[in-house]
Design a protein around this ligand. Structure first.
Ligand SMILES: Cc1ncc(COP(=O)(O)O)c(C=O)c1O
Length: 388
């Protein structure tokens, strides 16, 4: 199998499994208990908290463990709304992950909030003028993802955070895709709240983090025990937290590899595909993208058909359609970027990790060239070597 769908989820690193296993079996104590056996576990949980804090330049007290990126995103928005009940406006982008987008649509449609979905241009870059003009006394929170999961386009988070701060508005960023791929410094960027998720960085599924800046009037979001300083009750998911600690330690060590080896592999794949297959284009700002992500559109073919044929060759990737909604419409991200229909439909997202090799990239190209050719022979939108 060739796995190039790391923005969907990642392989749990062997080192991470090794680190967590004793805490599933041998060391099963509840970290809150008052004896040495449990304290062993508590110490490891606190070590993991410090490791996560270290990755994003936070203090350990500012780290809340959650169950996933979605929970962190929801908690951040809901915290702002309950802290400022008189404010009825939210600013986010037109290209957020459903973890923010669906929540904001729900708040707009069912709860009477006004939401500004800031548009992007054809390269997926945010319209900052619209964003800044939308900030008002009624705005409870601005939530902008650090990097987009489909195109990898990176947003100017520090600038936006600064503008929100000047207006006294809480700023949240969904850094689920940015974590482990680009450096994150919450202090330098002036972030109030940040979400990340373990399963995107070679930790298991079901563990996430919400960073909350010290001093923010942040209400509890799971009311129960005293865990996570009373902000999120519930006995800790100890083995997964410990796994995450190891994963972030590895992610930090691998950042230079992301920026060199993985970026070079992605660029190699991109160049090979653009050279070998006509009527092909890259979606998103090629100058300012995550180093592992390639969103590429093959005109006049169906993304799902490409995925199916790649699957037969053992290659895993994603398409650019909103198949989760049961339709084959292009995703909201590609639509917001006004990617032409003929290319959006044939979009595939490859997302690499340091486990990928050049030989795998060659196999992908060798597979895709005849695959696209074959599909175009059958396509009503392709004639005499051209899109019609
Ligand atoms: C940008 C972004 N935010 C949030 C999430 C949701 O994270 P989780 O699967 O941990 O809930 C994802 C997952 O794909 C994502 O890509």
């Amino acid at each position: 199998m060739i796995y190039t769908d790391n923005n969907a989820t990642t392989r749990v690193a062997d080192e991470v499994i090794e680190e967590m296993l004793p805490y599933l079996g041998q060391f099963y104590g509840n970290p809150s208990s008052m004896y040495g056996f449990a304290d062993t576990v508590n110490k490891k949980v606190q070590q993991a908290r410090a490791q996560v804090a270290d990755l994003i330049n936070a203090d350990p007290d500012e780290i809340i463990f959650t169950s996933c990126g979605t929970e962190s995103d929801n908690a951040a928005i809901n915290a702002a709304l309950s802290t400022f009940p008189h404010k009825k406006h939210i600013i986010t982008t037109a290209v957020e992950h459903p973890a923010i987008r669906s929540l904001c649509l729900h708040l707009q449609e069912k709860k009477g909030y006004k939401v500004t979905f800031v548009p992007v241009d054809k390269k997926g870059r945010l319209d900052l003028d619209t964003l800044y003009a939308a900030m008002s006394d009624d705005t409870a929170v601005v939530s902008v993802m650090w990097a987009n999961n489909e195109t990898g386009v990176i947003f100017p988070i520090a600038d936006i955070a600064q503008k929100a701060k000047e207006k006294g508005i809480w700023f949240h960023t969904d850094a689920v895709q940015a974590t482990g791929k680009v450096p994150i410094d919450v202090k330098a960027a002036g972030i109030d709240m940040l979400s990340l998720s373990g399963h995107k960085i070679h930790a298991p599924k079901g563990i996430g983090v919400l960073y909350v800046k010290k001093g923010l009037k942040f209400p509890p979001f799971l009311v129960g025990g005293h865990q996570e300083k009373g902000r999120r009750g519930g006995t800790e998911n100890t083995a997964s937290i410990i796994a995450l600690g190891k994963a972030v330690e590895l992610a930090k060590a691998h950042l230079p590899i992301m920026d060199t080896q993985v970026r070079e592999l992605r660029d190699y794949l991109e160049t090979q595909l653009l050279d070998a297959i006509a009527a092909t284009s890259v979606n998103g700002d090629r100058e300012n993208r995550l180093p592992n992500t390639l969103s590429i559109g093959f005109d006049a073919v169906e993304g799902e058909s490409i995925l199916m044929l790649m699957n037969q060759a053992g290659i895993c990737a994603s398409s650019g359609s909103a198949c989760t909604s049961g339709s084959l419409d292009p995703s909201h991200v590609l639509m917001a970027m006004q990617v032409p229909f003929k290319s959006a439909h044939g979009t595939i997202r490859f997302s690499l990790s340091h486990y990928n090799t050049k030989a795998e990239m060659d196999t992908i190209v060798e597979t895709l060239v005849p695959t696209i050719d074959r599909l175009r022979q059958m396509s009503p939108f392709w004639k005499d070597g051209k899109v019609v």
